[in-house]
Design a protein around this ligand. Structure first.
Ligand SMILES: [Zn+2]
Ligand SMILES: [Zn+2]
Length: 371
């Protein structure tokens, strides 16, 4: 069902943008309705093929077997649903004039990677952006220098042609877009060689983008008018910069809070200690109280990520993991035995000691045993 636009332009599938442009220019000169009125349909097809293959996003869609014009994102000669409805029902088409060549461009999306510190404090990035820009040679008009569009002979500038068709309702007048001018009402006898008549060229530029503090993965920053330039010198769409956050080796982000886990030796957890922790704001001392259990945490206010909306920052939560020593020498074993004896912990461990409080399972078990 999908048309092979490579075959239409007679170029290989791996053709470069330059090859595609050259192939289109050659065919467009040969098939242009002013030169060759019998080839309107092929001219339309060739123009459509060029619009798809000259746009990296549309070309990708086409390569995947999809029809880029069915997404509603088509421009140029792609006729939309309303045109088809008009063709079927005559849809009050009389009031429809020629469609303007000048239209707003599409929005564009680019992704940018930031690390946790950049997301927390904000940053400025130089981004390489590749979009369509208004053609500098013809200022978006699509015409070769010194020439101008002329009124279409076929539709006399109406952009549509009337047609009488027979249907089960009888004779129906329908208006359909004029194929010779693709509904524009005018034709460009000599298209600008730089842009092939579209009024746009692809450009690569570097854009400074300010990334505010508090962004998260998936946050989109909207830059008005930095997207794709519109056809026919139309205004550009917007550019959306989507944030991708790189993982931090120590801190996990949950909302605007940061979490990390620090291992503390058993003895230090029992006696109390301090941890020197390298935070996003430099080194901080974390107090670990005597008797800290594994899984307990210490919260440091204001050392998390800046709230994107509103003032203040999230917390930094330090989770403590108590490490039980594994490799003990004879002296250490002796000391621990003495400690155990002093604390009366040297006998076999019973269930009663493991669960001092009567948990749900203990109560259930007791209930069974009493029966
Ligand atoms: Zn141009
Ligand atoms: Zn026309």
């Amino acid at each position: 069902m999908a048309v092979d636009y490579y075959a239409v332009l007679d170029v290989p599938r791996d053709a470069s943008p330059d090859q595609i442009k050259k192939a289109y220019r050659r065919l467009a000169r040969e098939l242009h309705p002013d030169v060759n009125p019998g080839e309107e349909e092929r001219f339309k097809e060739v123009t459509k093929a060029y619009e798809v293959l000259s746009d990296p996003q549309k070309r990708e869609l086409h390569d995947l077997g999809a029809d880029p014009f069915s997404t509603g994102g088509g421009f140029g000669s792609g006729f939309g649903f309303s045109d088809i409805m008009d063709a079927f029902f005559g849809g009050g088409g009389a009031s429809r004039g020629p469609r303007p060549r000048q239209r707003r461009g599409q929005d564009a999306l680019i992704r940018v990677e930031v690390d946790l510190a950049e997301a927390t404090f904000g940053t400025t990035k130089d981004l390489q952006v590749e979009t369509a820009a208004t053609c500098p040679t013809c200022s978006g008009q699509g015409t070769a220098p010194g020439t101008s569009p002329k009124v279409c002979d076929i539709c006399r500038g109406q952009g549509q042609v009337q047609q009488v068709t027979r249907s089960f309702l009888g004779q129906v007048m329908t208006a359909r877009p004029c194929a010779a001018c693709q509904g524009f009402g005018t034709v460009i006898p000599q298209p600008c060689v730089e842009c092939g008549g579209d009024g746009r060229v692809r450009t690569r530029r570097t854009l400074k983008v300010k990334i505010p503090p508090g962004v998260d993965g998936g946050t989109r920053i909207q830059l008005a008018g930095e997207g794709e330039a519109g056809p026919g010198g139309g205004p550009a769409g917007d550019l959306f910069v989507e944030i991708v956050e790189r993982r931090h080796p120590l801190f996990q982000r949950r909302g605007d809070d940061l979490h990390c886990t620090v291992a503390v030796p058993m003895t230090a957890a029992a006696l109390g200690t301090t941890i020197e922790l390298e935070t996003l704001d430099g080194q901080r001392t974390v107090e670990v109280r005597a008797g800290t259990q594994s899984g307990q945490s210490v919260t440091l206010d204001g050392l998390g990520v800046q709230h994107l909306r509103g003032a203040g920052r999230g917390q930094l939560v330090v989770h403590i993991e108590v490490e039980t020593p594994t490799r003990l020498d004879d002296d250490q074993v002796e000391l621990l035995r003495q400690l155990a004896a002093l604390r009366g912990e040297d006998g076999p461990t019973t269930n009663g000691q493991v669960s001092a409080d009567q948990g749900l399972f203990a109560r259930l078990r007791d209930a069974f045993q009493q029966r």
